[in-house]
Design a protein around this ligand. Sequence first.
Ligand code: NAD
Length: 492
Amino acid sequence: MTTDPITVNAIINGEKVQAEKSFPRENPTHPDEVVGYAPINTKEEAVRAIDAAYTAFSEWKWSEVDDRIERMQRAIQKIKDAIPELSHLLSREHGKALYDSEGEFAVSLMWVEYACSIVKDVIKPQVKEHDNGRTIITLDPIGVVSAITPWNYPISLSTIKIAPALLTGNTMVLKPSPFAPLAVSKVVEMIADEFPPGVLNLVHGEADVGVELTSNPKVAKIAFTGGTKTAKSIMKAASDTIKKMTLELGGNDAAIVLDDFDVNDERAMRRMVISNFLTAGQICMIAKRVYVHRSIYDAFVEKYIEAANKWIRVGDPFNPDVTVGPVNNKNQVKYVQSLVDDAKSKGAKVIKLGKILNPELMDNGYFLQPTLVLGADYQDPIVVEEQFGPTVPILPFDDEEQVIELHNESIYGLTSSVWGEEEHAIKVARRIEAGTTMINTAAVQGLDVRFPFGGVKQSGVGREYGEEGLKSYVETHVINVPKNLELPYIPE
Ligand code: NAD
C-alpha cells in the first residue's frame, strides 16, 4: 500500500474540481505525516454544487427505480473491490485500528445492499379503491439534499445518507468532516461516477460551506450527523426556507447493569468493555456511563478491569494485535483529558486500562490510555457530558427507579443498554427514553441496519436505517379521485 500523500478533489456536476487552496490531513498515529490533502472549497463552489444538484434533479426525479438500483449495485461492487486499499487509507487518516476500518466498510455496504433490496417495495405507489372513489398515494423524492457528516464514522455516516437519497430519486451535495476527508472522498467518487452528472456532488470545507449547504433556498432537505451544538446553528440556518431534516446528534448513552447480571459471564463482560472502548470510545452509540446495581458493584468492577486489561491493546492501528488506536484529533485528546482531570481533582479514582503495545508512539501520536473513573458524582461533567473518547465512569445505583431517573434526566437519548436477565432487562428498557435500547450488548454490536436508528430529545430528529431511513427522503403525495363530488353541508 502506498503511503505517499494523496490529493482528493471536490466533485461538481460530474467534474473533479481542484480548489485553489487545500488543507493537509495528518495521521493521528504519526502527526508529522501528511496522509493527504483535501480542498478548501469556497461558498461559491458550494453554490455551484447545489446548482448542479438542483438542475440534475429535474430529470433524475423521473428515473426508474430499477436503473437507480443497478447503478448503486455497480458502485457497491467497485467499493467492495477496493476495501483493502480504502480501509488502509481510513485507518491512516482516522486512527482507528485496521479491523475497525474494515468493519466500517462492511456495515456501510450491508446497509447500501439492504436499501437496494427494499427500495422498490418501500416507494411503490399505493392505489386504494374505497366507498368514496379512488386514492393514489405516491412517495416522491424531495429534491436537493445537503448531507453533512462527522469524522468518527465517515464512510457509514455518508453511505447511510447517499443510498436512500439517490435510490429514492433525490440529488445530493455531501460535505465530509475535515478530520477524515480522504477515504470518504474516494467512496463518493466511486458512487458519483455511476450516476448522471450532478446527482451526487462533493464539497469540502468548514462552517462557511456548511452554512451555505444549510441555508441555500435550492436545498430541500438536510441530512446531518454531528454535534448537538452544530445542529442548533443548522436549524436556525434552515428555518428561513423550512427545510426537511434528519439530525443524528450527540448522545450520552448509559449502560444499566441490573442485580441479576452475571459478572462471571466473560463474554458479556468483554462485550461491555467493547461497548465502551471500540474506536477509542469515539462512537455516538457507545456506552458512555455505566450504572451498576450496588449489590454487584464491587464484583463487577473487579471483573470489568480483568476483561478490559485483556481486550484493550493500545497502539499502531496496523499492528494486528491492537484493538484501540489513537484518538482522531488533538482537540478531542485535550477535551477527554480535561474531563478525566476534572473528575480526579474532585476525588474520583482513575484506573488505567489495557496494555500499551507500541510505547514508542504514545508521546507523539494522539494517544490516550483508556481509563476507568470510579467514585465520580452523578452530576460530574464526566458523567453528564458526552466524552466521546477512551474513558468511562462506572457508578453504583440502589434501585431501578433511581437509575431510570438518572438515565432519563439527560438532555440526550440516542441509544442505551440494559444488562441482566432478558425479560427483566426488557421491562426496564421499556421505561428508558432513547431511540434504541440494546439488551446485554451495546454500540455497533447491537446495531441492525434493517431497523430504524435515531435519537430522542436533543439526540436528534428523524430516523436513518430501515424502511424509515428510506422514507425520510420522500414526500407523501395523495391524489384523490372522490366519487361524491358534492358535499351536503355546502349550500347551493
Ligand atoms: P461537528 O458537529 O463538529 O461536525 C459535523 C459536521 O458539521 C462537520 O462536517 C463540520 O465541518 C460541519 N459543520 C460545522 N459547523 C457547521 C455549521 N455551522 N453548519 C453546517 N455544518 C457545520 O461534529 P464532529 O465533531 O465531527 O462529530 C462528533 C459528534 O457527532 C458527536 O457529538 C457525536 O455524538 C455525533 N455523532 C452522532 C451520530 C448519530 O448517529 N447520532 C453518529 C456519529 C457522530
